[in-house]
Design a protein around this ligand. Structure first.
Ligand SMILES: Cc1cc2nc3c(=O)[nH]c(=O)nc-3n(C[C@H](O)[C@H](O)[C@H](O)COP(=O)(O)OP(=O)(O)OC[C@H]3O[C@@H](n4cnc5c(N)ncnc54)[C@H](O)[C@@H]3O)c2cc1C
Length: 468
């Protein structure tokens, strides 16, 4: 029997799951449907006037191996590039000027970002009692409980701003940063956990005769993130159907092996034995509405922030100082017009012509969503005013690109993990239906590629009895 599988969405999640399904089930008939006219979703690179602008992700870390492994598997070893050493220079924009983030223990002791009391409170984390309550906890509450108010206001807020462009008082710690919750549970302290895990990785590397390297490097491709999308596309046995939006799902046949009908806009559609939705949660909710109202409601309750990316190119000679770092974050509790600026051409080669630099400002986020609606002139004026204050750039940019995301990054708010349990319970009543994408178990590219692999493995197990 041919296994017919429909994958909805050709973002990095949909492409990863389809690629892994091809490996696991080489005889499966996989149809990928994508409502846009190109693949990649939020992961894509624009190339214009010698600038290479990422419209979404700027790169990925090697703290998880999934994206690096996938990249090598699709033949991108030679295109992979690592972020420069300069990336280690990171700044916070506080009190109207840039302040270096500490990069190690000594610089932490000297930093002016925390008072003596604030530093002591953070270091005391390793002696604080473990949490005894079992319910969910916000990132803000976790940081205050473990490291003190100053560390929560400065470092925890900056971390959340940089990754989620969200509000640490609303986001769930175990859903957004499961590793930190695990460290407290396992080692009694996050600081102890970091040291214990680093020691473990070092011992493992030495046992294998490898040189231990800290895994916190950032990676991309010489041609930008779009390279990964295009390489995955090139390896699909059948390209996605573009310009097709899925609007609904229905099922017929026996309860344990239903036949799924995938409905498109015009109400036509086709049959599948398994369906994987990887489009954003609100789209998944629309697709699921007629099939299962309760499931659709839970999925639709996963909210997203709004973000606008403003990429600016400047002549090097117009900058008061060379760009030498990853960029800066303005913690969202400062409510500035710009959440942060990445110094793209300082992190990766080839992002700008030789005599130019490229930076990307992010604005909006959970607490300033209205900024995304500002017209281009107002946005450019606001971003230039921030760059003048933070980096002393007076000259106008010679290039700009503005990308608005009405639903940018899912916000795993308090209760997210309970919601996932409820969703899983409903899914158990729909054999052959799978939900993926960044709305559930991690927003980073690494999470999407890892989940793609895990989902493909589950679908493989679903079909296994048929093969037996
Ligand atoms: C501005 C920004 C910066 C980011 N920076 C980073 C970073 O530096 N590092 C990092 O690791 N991550 C980053 N991320 C997060 C990461 O890019 C995303 O989590 C990831 O790319 C999401 O991939 P996805 O396939 O799950 O979803 P998407 O990319 O949203 O893809 C979903 C696809 O489904 C399609 N679709 C929607 N509805 C339908 C429908 N009804 N029928 C058919 N198709 C449909 C869409 O058109 C889209 O192509 C960033 C995200 C943003 C927005």
């Amino acid at each position: 029997m041919v296994k017919r599988i429909a994958v909805v969405g050709a973002g990095i999640s949909g492409l990863s799951v389809a690629f892994r399904l091809q490996e696991k089930l080489p005889d499966a008939d996989i149809t990928i449907v994508e409502q846009a006219s190109r693949p990649g979703g939020t992961a894509w690179t624009l190339r214009e006037a010698g600038f290479q602008v990422e419209i979404g992700p700027n790169g990925f870390l090697d703290t998880k191996e999934s994206t690096l492994q996938l990249s090598r598997q699709v033949g991108l070893e030679k295109e992979l590039i690592q972020g420069s050493e300069a990336r280690k220079n990171r700044y916070l924009f506080l009190g109207d000027h840039l302040r270096a983030l500490p990069s190690g223990f000594c610089s932490f002791l000297w930093t002016g970002l925390l008072s003596f009391r604030g530093k002591f409170s953070l270091l005391w984390e390793r002696f604080r009692a473990q949490r005894t309550e079992t319910g969910d906890e916000s990132i803000d509450a976790f940081a205050r409980r473990r490291a003190g108010d100053e560390a929560a206001d400065v470092f925890a807020d900056a971390l959340v701003t940089g990754i989620y462009a969200g509000d640490p008082k609303l986001l769930s710690l175990p859903a957004c940063f499961p590793k930190l919750a695990d460290m407290e549970r396992e080692y009694g302290s996050v600081i102890k956990g970091f040291f214990a895990e680093a020691r473990k990785r070092k011992e493992e590397a030495e046992a294998k005769g490898e040189v231990y390297e800290r895994s916190d490097r950032i990676w991309s491709f010489s041609g930008g993130m779009r390279t990964l999308v295009e390489a995955l596309m090139a390896r699909l046995t059948r390209p996605p159907q573009f310009g097709v939006a899925i609007r609904g799902l229905s099922k017929s046949g026996g309860p344990s092996r239903p036949v799924w009908r995938v409905h498109t806009d015009g109400n036509d559609g086709w049959d599948a034995d398994a369906v994987v939705l990887t489009c954003p949660a609100h789209q998944q909710a629309t697709i699921l509405a007629e099939l299962d109202g309760e499931l659709a409601q839970s999925v639709g309750a996963i909210v997203y922030n709004r973000v606008v990316v403003v990429a600016l190119g400047f002549r090097k000679s117009d900058l008061p100082a060379p760009l030498d770092g990853f960029g800066y974050i303005a913690p969202q509790n400062t409510r500035r017009d710009v959440l942060g600026v990445q110094w793209c051409s300082s992190v990766y080669q080839g992002r700008a012509p030789d005599d130019c630099v490229l930076v990307r400002a992010m604005a909006g986020g959970w607490n300033r969503p209205e900024i995304v609606d500002w017209d281009d002139d107002r946005l450019l004026t606001a971003v230039r005013a921030e760059l003048r204050l933070a980096m002393g750039i007076e000259s106008p940019p010679i290039f700009h690109k503005i990308i608005r995301w009405d639903r940018a990054i899912p916000q795993y708010q308090i209760g997210h993990l309970d919601r996932l349990s409820g969703i899983d319970a409903r899914l158990a009543t729909h054999p052959g239906l799978y939900l993926g994408g960044n709305a559930y178990r991690g927003v980073a590219l690494n999470d999407c590629t890892e989940q793609g692999e895990l989902l493909a493995a589950r679908i493989g197990r679903f079909f296994a009895p048929l093969a037996a």
